[in-house]
Design a protein around this ligand. Structure first.
Ligand SMILES: Nc1ncnc2c1ncn2[C@@H]1O[C@H](COP(=O)(O)OP(=O)(O)OP(=O)(O)O)[C@@H](O)[C@H]1O
Ligand SMILES: [Mg+2]
Length: 250
């Protein structure tokens, strides 16, 4: 999610999915930006007659809407490119729980700002990552989104700071953490290979794996997934039994 538009949410979603795909982790990206869907465009996916809107409306099963990126095998549940009156993410939680049974990781790309659809995304997901650029307008909007997440009792994993150039006027990690009251997970540099990868319709981590942004994206995705895995792993039966007995005796 992000407070402001154009900070790099979709690019980060695409590349997180790409790193997981490279690792062999079964994942899918849901393009939940109904107004300006861009995941399919970033990946050059063919126009599809079935979109997330049809799945939300119950007319189609999510499997009928999935598109596969030919050169990487990435899975995407795209949003329809045509205008659909009255479309809303009201039923997203149901769709995400069905999708979640088939995939190990479900990445949801959100529209920017505090629009109503963002509340439905909050409802549907386990945790949030907020994306910002290292400037005051971006970070103050990110702070608003983080407050909304916290008020909704949603776990905010942290903030990704994108398009960093290292210029002295950019906000530092410490400043961003103190404004948002959330940890900065990674700083992704401004990198020409990102727009170049979009023009080639290939995720940057595949197109230019050694570019500065791709390297950061790769490191981040690995640590993000590995640390998250342990938190989401449910303890086995024996461990639960042991902790239950310990609780009784204490
Ligand atoms: N690290 C980067 N280096 C250079 N350009 C970048 C970087 N990250 C994003 N961009 C550029 O910013 C543009 C916007 O990125 P993206 O579409 O991911 O933003 P967004 O937050 O999803 O936007 P929206 O809010 O409109 O959905 C892209 O076209 C891309 O070229
Ligand atoms: Mg986007």
């Amino acid at each position: 999610m992000s407070g402001r538009g154009g900070v790099g949410k979709s690019i980060l979603a695409v590349n997180l999915g790409a790193v997981l795909t490279k690792r062999g982790d079964k994942n899918i990206i849901i393009d939940a930006d109904l107004s300006n869907p861009s995941i399919g465009l970033h990946l050059g996916l063919p126009y599809s007659a079935i979109g997330l809107q049809d799945v939300l409306g119950g007319q189609r099963h999510f499997r009928d809407a999935i598109l596969v990126h030919p050169s990487t095998g990435m899975r995407v549940l795209p949003s329809s490119l045509k205008y659909m009156r009255g479309a809303s993410l009201r039923n997203l939680a149901r769709v995400v729980s069905e999708v979640g049974r088939a995939y190990e990781f479900t990445i949801i790309d959100s529209p920017p700002g505090l629009v109503e659809d963002v509340l439905h995304i909050l409802d549907a997901c386990d945790e949030i990552v907020v994306v910002t650029t290292p400037d005051v307008p971006g970070v103050s909007s990110a702070t608003k989104i983080i407050s909304l997440c916290k008020a909704s009792k949603k776990r905010v994993r942290g903030v990704i700071v994108n398009r960093c150039t290292g210029a002295p006027f950019e906000l530092t990690v410490r400043e961003i953490e103190s404004m948002t009251e959330a940890p900065v997970l990674v700083r992704i540099p401004e990198d020409r290979t990102i727009p170049a990868s979009i023009s080639m319709r290939i995720p940057a981590v595949y197109y230019a794996p050694d570019s500065p942004a791709s390297r950061k994206l790769g490191e981040f995705a690995m640590s993000f997934v590995e640390s998250g895995k342990h938190e989401f792993e449910r303890p086995g039966l024996i461990m639960r039994l042991v902790s239950w007995i310990k609780r009784i005796f204490s």
